[in-house]
Design a protein around this ligand. Structure first.
Ligand code: KIV
Ligand code: NA
Length: 288
């Protein structure tokens, strides 16, 4: 089926239909999201922690990230595909950031946009975050950019941990709102709001003309995104409070594998009458 375009996403947004987004990290998980008809697939750098076993999203390299983007893009389906700009691949200069974005878009014609984490630092009443400038450079070059504000995991140390953002003071929440407005002004087609009180994300959403995609941001955003491995319970550990666990793949997978081990050790699998192959000509094996 034809891939959804930004215009298609906007018609959903305009008609007040929530936009659905889910992460995928490889061909299998992308195929599941595609078959379920998600509007958007995000190849998020949460891949590092939620599938590759790293302890931070800052640990993943650009090349290993790209390998996963390519496998996601091999899955058939209509989802609009957004890919993260991984930590370390864009910060050193605007030129480097632009080159990285182009190289991500070039991985597959199916990559529709890049996503960039943006902070809300201010100096003398002006927003000073570097990612704002890079987002603008990308937009002016016709590369669709999804902004990401609130909790930005690549900046976990700058933020002193994985915490709710914009909940301490009105200056705090205003800074997130102003950053989102600035992202809209410079041309971002959509903005992720992560771990922001629902009153704030609802307010931000109602004052923007681009769709907001929430995660841990309540139900007042224009759409939702979740990490697929969290919502399916693929790992054994705790998932964040804002995740609804729709499955427990970890538990059922371990159970299935234990069943397999038991069947092999007790010689129940393989069953020659079911999984076995017969010789055609019995004469051929008359040496047995
Ligand atoms: O990497 C990721 O999965 C993300 C989403 C949580 C928005 O950035
Ligand atoms: Na991310």
């Amino acid at each position: 089926s034809r891939q959804l375009s930004i215009a298609d996403l906007y018609s959903r947004y305009k008609s007040n239909q929530p936009i659905t987004m889910l992460t995928a990290y490889d061909y299998i998980t992308a195929t599941w999201a595609q078959e379920a008809q998600c509007d958007m697939i995000l190849v998020g750098d949460s891949l590092a922690m939620c599938s590759l076993g790293y302890s931070s999203t800052t640990d993943i390299g650009l090349d290993e990230f790209k390998y996963h983007v390519k496998s996601v893009c091999r899955a058939q389906g209509s989802a609009f595909i957004v890919v993260d700009m991984p930590f370390g691949s864009f910060e050193s200069s605007l030129e480097k950031g632009i080159e990285t974005a182009i190289s991500l878009m070039k991985l597959s014609s199916k990559v529709g946009a890049v996503k960039l984490e943006v902070g809300s630092s201010q100096s003398q009443g002006k927003l000073t975050d570097y990612s704002l400038r890079l987002a603008e450079e990308l937009c002016t070059r016709g590369i669709p950019v999804m902004g990401h504000v609130g909790l930005t995991p690549q900046r976990v140390h700058a933020l002193s941990g994985y915490k709710v953002q914009g909940n301490k003071s009105s200056a705090d929440s205003l800074a997130i709102f102003e950053t989102a407005q600035e992202l809209q002004r410079i041309g971002c087609f959509s903005i992720v709001l992560e771990c922001v009180p629902h009153k704030i994300s609802q307010y931000i959403t109602s004052h923007l003309k681009v769709p907001t995609i929430g995660i841990g941001a309540g139900n007042g955003t224009s759409g939702q995104v979740l990490v697929q491995s969290d919502m399916l319970g693929m790992l054994s550990g705790q998932v964040p409070k804002f995740v609804h666990k729709y499955g427990n793949f970890h538990k059922s997978s371990v159970e299935h594998i234990r069943d397999y081990i038991k069947d092999v050790t007790e010689r129940r699998f393989p069953d020659n009458s079911i999984e076995g192959f017969k010789v055609k000509d019995e004469v051929w094996v008359d040496f047995i």
